[in-house]
Design a protein around this ligand. Sequence first.
Ligand code: OAD
Length: 234
Amino acid sequence: MGFDSKPSIVILTGAGISAESGLPTFRDNGGLWEQHRMEDVATPEAFQRNPALVQRFYNERRRKLKDVSPNAAHHALVQLENHWSGPLLLVTQNVDDLHARAGSRSLLPMHGELLKARCLECGAVSVWVKDILPESRCPRCGQLGQLRPHIVWFGEMPLEMDRIFTALEGCGLFIAIGTSGTVYPAAGFVNAVPAGARTIEINLEFAIAGSRFDEQRQGTATERVPELVAELLK
Ligand code: OAD
């Protein structure tokens, strides 16, 4: 089914879109939250209690980015952005840089970015590709040992929520890809779109219980996303 005119699109992606690039998801078998307790590595309290452990968790994930590349799903979303004549916003819960590396420009990483560090002293957010270590200095103010990963932890407010909700409230098509829909506010985005908007979900598997989406497309992101993009651009 195509569109007569070009509606505004909001796309939400989760860890499942990067799974086939070789990055583990959080909640699948062998996922990150099976190997680490979320309370130990992804909360402000964990960082206060044991900053070295939290830094190590994110340092390891930051290093891993060097070994992976964007996949066909990331690339297909760039193609959609480049050829869709209506507005498009790509909101990602992922902190990897695979959407950006593929070439997405209208991109909003709502849970922060592994390749940035934030200074607890001056608040500056800086590009950061190496490990964050006790001897690391803020590139802006020069303070020692005050950098934290620029990641939204549990209990913190995701980034740019006003911009996201404005886009959702004006969209005609909402697409969620590779997210378990368990973490709010992202899990509630589908409820914020106008009554007439079309909603599509792509995931490897779906819960049996009723869906809040009009359409569910089961399969891998690298198959289903290029397929959907081709359909939309037809
Ligand atoms: P999850 O690990 O909760 O969910 C990943 C989803 O991707 C699951 O529903 C899988 O079925 C699906 N999936 C796995 N491989 C796939 C593939 N090849 N193609 C399509 N789908 C696939 O990850 P998120 O929903 O992204 O937050 O998790 C949301 C947030 O919870 C994360 O941003 C993170 C986490 O705790 C913070 O750390 C703040």
